[in-house]
Ligand binder design. Structure first.
Ligand code: PEP
Ligand code: MN
Length: 360
């Protein structure tokens, strides 16, 4: 059976686990044997070539470590996967007998590298998992799948590992859930595995992010595991032991997408109410834009700029201050007000630049 089908049809979550990096034969074997005790673990991972941000970090042991992972797979009767970033990696991984390849986030950003890997796999029947690019660009992610498909590689799955940001207070890579959701919309055929290890960068948040992924109906999880996480040569803060992994898996609440008929009725009622509120919301937004155009007309007549920065700062600040009354987060209020402001500017720009100021 194709890997993608196994991930989709099998019991959720489909778990990929293993160390960030292969460090020694003994380390790979011991962690793989530990995690294989749990039925959810269906694919063993280990990084052989590590695309590290800074050159003095541990960059992986390379080819010498491939047989360690392959042997751990044989010993536990589980398939294996590793990251490949160029043609040489592909050739070595295939020769060693790795079962599944994955393309890392730093590679997905580069169409030349993706094409090189896809070309190296022409005519070879092997599943490939593609991580999202480090930047939040859905098209780049989609493009990588298309490059593999054009090369005849059709057993594909997606890995969501979050997106780079500068000094985020919580995440190592922000999840931007709307991007994997966008991928689901564009490509409902592709299973999605969430990698909470690289999203969070810290083991205490793994459960929270894994749960969120399950609630968004992702099919799988990729979680880095290590016999002695604090001593790991890479990504120490985010790795967990085998028991740590089982602990997370046992606490996950799995919810179904199937809805019973009774529940359908209740849900329908609530959704109708929501839809009435949405109607009102849009009526109000329409009315707001009409007023905004009147303001635009005045600005035009008096030759003043559309953007009145200080006024807008005051509007936002007062909304944010009141957000508690509506039980909305600061981030949501900010994004909503920014969206409204942009639309309002668009309306006023139209008024400014039409012949007599009227928008008709
Ligand atoms: C990894 O999985 O160890 C890795 C390097 O991930 P990413 O490509 O998501 O940074
Ligand atoms: Mn890692």
């Amino acid at each position: 059976m194709k890997l993608a089908e196994k991930i989709r049809r099998g019991e959720r979550p489909f778990v990929v686990a293993g160390p960030c990096s292969a460090e020694s034969e003994e380390q790979v074997m011991s962690i793989c044997k530990q995690i294989a005790k749990n039925d959810s673990v269906q694919l063993l991972r280990a990084g052989i070539w590590k695309p590290r941000t800074r050159p003095n970090s541990f960059e992986g042991l390379g080819e010498i470590a491939l047989p360690w992972l392959v042997n751990a797979g044989k010993e536990t009767n589980l398939p294996t996967t590793t990251e490949v970033a160029n043609k040489k990696h592909v050739e070595a991984a295939l020769k060693a007998g790795i079962d599944v390849l994955w393309v890392g986030a730093r590679t997905t950003v580069n169409p030349f590298a993706v094409q090189e890997i896809a070309d190296a796999l022409k005519g070879i029947d092997i599943p490939v998992m593609i991580k999202n690019p480090v930047n939040p660009d859905l098209n780049l992610w989609l493009g990588a799948f298309e490059r593999f498909e054009k090369a005849g590689i059709t057993d594909l799955a997606a890995i969501h590992r979050g997106f780079s940001v500068y000094k985020h207070p919580k995440y190592r890579n922000v999840p931007n859930w709307q991007i994997p959701i966008g991928l689901k919309e564009e490509r409902p055929d592709l299973p999605i595995i969430c990698d909470p290890s690289h999203i969070t960068g810290r083991r205490d948040l793994l459960l929270e992010v894994s749960q969120k992924a399950m609630d968004l109906d992702f099919e799988g999880l990729m979680i880095e595991t290590h016999p002695n996480p604090d001593e790991a040569w890479s990504d120490a803060a985010q790795q967990v032991t085998g028991d740590g992994l089982f602990d997370i898996l046992s606490q996950l609440v799995m919810r179904s997408v199937e809805i019973s008929e009774d529940l359908q009725v209740v849900l329908k009622e609530l959704r109708t109410k929501i839809s009435i509120l949405d109607d009102r919301l849009f009526d109000i937004l329409g009315a707001r834009m009409e007023l905004s155009e009147e303001v635009g007309q005045l600005k035009r007549e008096n030759n003043i700029t559309i953007l009145q920065q200080e006024h807008w700062q005051r509007v936002i600040a007062s909304r944010i201050e009141k957000r508690g009354e509506y039980r909305l987060t600061q981030q949501f209020v900010r994004q909503l007000m920014d969206a409204i402001h942009q639309e309002s500017i668009r309306h006023q720009t139209k008024v400014m630049n039409t012949e007599n100021g009227s928008n008709e």
